[in-house]
Design a protein around this ligand. Structure first.
Ligand code: F6R
Length: 610
């Protein structure tokens, strides 16, 4: 949600800020703005509703603004509609302070009323404007004093970038519950919501922690904690290539990321299996701990939650321990039953989703041990969990996740196998067979992708359906949830995913002649049961697109109108292959409908507000 960037150095800041914003646009894209300070030009602020390209045009790609210090913002509106005036930077009434913000100032109404009672006039509906106006209110010539007093009054989540016209030789960065990093260069420093914005300029970054304030000058960065004590921040080296965050010839990031899945899954799995056994870095769970574990609590949002739904079936089968999957946004407020023997498994691509982070903190507070599955190295969840298993998907830019989902699933399988081998709940042979099947997954994913034209063809037949149902049982149901989410988020077609046996308890009333039903039937033990449900919807006139394994395709084709077949793998791993045609289906349907695939309406990647 919202991307912020800042630069201070010797070069013109605006083109660098715009370049940084172009890499953060996936975090929010309803408006954008920059503020730059230049000798003789003062504080120049340009901001506009719409995509970043509007701002690029207004500023001639930044060439119209002069100065070597500035901040920029790309917005996902929370308070106040997308509009020029609500765009960031928000500027104080005296024009001295420019502020960019990611997060929510929860007590902004109270602060606004206080300032209004002192005669301050507000121009926007944003919560952020109170920060700029408070800075002005407290400013008596000392920038850090004004920042300190302002922060004392703020409640909520915020990452802030602050530029003051009286102190153009410094930028202030503040972090509280919203991600913020500092990029360290030779003769310049940067701040940003994530490393993608700075990596073209520097690979040396520091991750700010909650309550920290960074003072960036051209020559260095000083970091203080909330008590104004100096903090020695470690500097981490980012080792991925910038090309990983570029389209590389594909029309959309989503297409590129779908196609990258074999290699991402290979990278995630291959180094972690040795001689049929799983070796997970940084993870020690003794047989005694696992024996005494009373419950595995999976906590996540969105697609990561859908991985959790697959995980429940897989882990319960492998470990014979109860697994509860819960939406992070619900976990915090449901008085969860957690003991010191509960293992909380937190799943998050970004490692910054605020609901997941807050739920993780709550699980820890209640005594659970926390293991996180995360893609972004150095993210808050990765740093705060007791243990972290990284998915090696590389940067995921498309808002709709694909390769992160697939690598999360791969880590779940590795984790399940590792625990099962430690607990002895699988035999040597069963364990070895699962390990072998895991190592073969990337090759099978390649086979699925080679058949993508089949899916494109079906998408061309179905893209005008007003409503699409996904049905499945057991693992197929869990995959259907993800297929349905992918479709609705990027194609805007209404869709529902149902446990196939549940349909007749209400929702079947929505099936009418011509309704499209995607029936997932790869979980072979329940193939016949699922086919009965297919017959039920066919009897009511539904058009059925079946998804099953190659060996069952002919049988399914006797009832379904069309069938997409995927290779067969170990039954527990089948979701890894099944999800790919569903991702492709959503992609091609959205393409046919002319949707903005990488930046779907109303959405943003990395959801850092509650
Ligand atoms: C859907 C999607 C979202 C995320 C969700 C959680 O395509 O990407 O549903 O899965 O916002 O995000 P993370 O995994 O970053 O916590």
């Amino acid at each position: 949600m919202c991307g912020i960037v800042g630069f201070i150095g010797a070069e013109e800041a605006a083109p660098i800020l715009l370049d940084g914003l172009s890499r953060l646009e996936y975090r929010g894209y309803d408006s954008a703005g920059v503020a730059v300070y230049g000798e003789g030009c003062g504080l120049q602020v340009v901001k506009a509703k719409g995509r970043l390209k509007v701002l690029e045009e207004l500023t001639q790609n930044g060439r119209a603004l002069h100065g070597a210090a500035g901040v920029g913002h790309t917005r996902w509106a929370t308070h106040g509609e997308p509009s020029d005036v609500n765009s960031h930077p928000q500027v104080s009434a005296d024009g001295r302070f420019a502020v960019v913000h990611n997060g929510i100032i929860e007590n902004y109404v109270e602060i606004k009323e206080f300032l209004q009672s002192k005669g301050v006039e507000f121009v926007s509906q944003t919560d952020t404007e109170v920060v700029a106006q408070l800075l002005e209110y407290y400013y008596k010539g000392g920038l850090l004093e004004a920042v300190g007093k302002t922060l004392e009054r703020l409640r909520g989540a915020y990452a802030l970038g602050i530029l003051c016209a009286d102190h153009p030789d410094m930028l202030i960065a503040v972090r509280q519950d919203s991600p913020l990093i500092v990029g360290r260069g030779e003769g310049f420093q940067m701040l940003a919501s994530d490393v993608t914005a700075v990596i073209k300029y520097t690979r040396e970054v520091s991750y700010l922690d909650d309550g920290e304030i960074a003072i960036l000058t051209r020559d260095g960065v000083e970091v203080m904690d909330r008590y104004h004590q100096r903090v020695d921040k470690p500097v981490s080296h980012v080792d991925w290539e910038i090309s990983a965050a570029e389209k590389g010839g594909y029309e959309h990031f989503m297409a590129k990321e779908i196609m990258e899945q074999p290699q991402a899954v290979r990278k995630t799995i291959s180094t972690r299996i040795r001689e049929g056994r799983v070796v997970m870095e940084g993870m020690e769970f003794s047989p005694a701990y696992l024996r005494d574990m009373d419950k595995l609590y999976i906590i996540a949002c969105g697609s990561s939650y859908h991985v959790g739904m697959v995980a429940k079936y897989v882990l319960e089968k492998l470990l014979r321990k109860p697994v509860e999957v819960t939406l992070a946004s619900e976990f915090r407020y449901c008085d969860p039953i957690v003991t010191k023997n509960t293992l909380a498994l937190v799943i998050s691509q970004s490692g910054e989703t605020i609901d997941t982070l807050a739920a993780m903190r709550e699980a820890k507070r209640l005594g659970a041990r926390v293991l996180a599955i995360v893609n972004v190295v150095g993210s808050t969840i990765a740093r705060e969990a007791d243990g972290v298993l990284y998915t090696w998907a590389g940067p995921e830019i498309a808002v709709a996740t694909t390769k992160a989902y697939s690598t999360q699933l791969a880590v779940v399988y590795l984790l399940g196998l590792s625990f099962a081998q430690t607990m002895g709940t699988v035999s040597e042979e069963e364990g070895a067979a699962l390990a072998e099947a895991l190592l073969a997954l990337p090759g099978k994913l390649e086979e699925v992708l080679e058949r993508r034209q089949d899916v494109q063809y079906f998408a061309s037949l179905c893209f005008n359906h007003p409503s699409i149902f996904f049905i499945g049982r057991n693992l197929d149901y869990a995959v259907g949830l993800e297929g349905s989410l992918k479709l609705k988020e990027i194609s805007y077609i209404h869709s529902e995913a149902y446990a196939a046996g549940e349909l007749k308890h209400g929702t079947i009333s929505l099936i009418e002649p011509g309704t499209l039903v995607v029936a997932l039937a790869s979980y072979s033990p329940l193939f016949e049961k699922l086919m009965s449900n297919v017959v039920e919807v066919k009897s009511r006139g539904a058009r059925v697109l079946g998804l099953t394994t190659a060996d069952l395709a002919e049988e399914m084709g006797k009832t379904a109108d069309y069938v997409i077949a995927v290779p067969r793998t170990h039954p527990l791993l089948q979701p890894s292959l099944d999800v790919v045609p569903l991702q492709l289906f959503a992609y091609y349907v959205a393409l046919q409908r002319g949707c903005d695939i990488d930046k779907p309406r109303n959405l943003a990647k990395s959801v850092t507000v509650e």
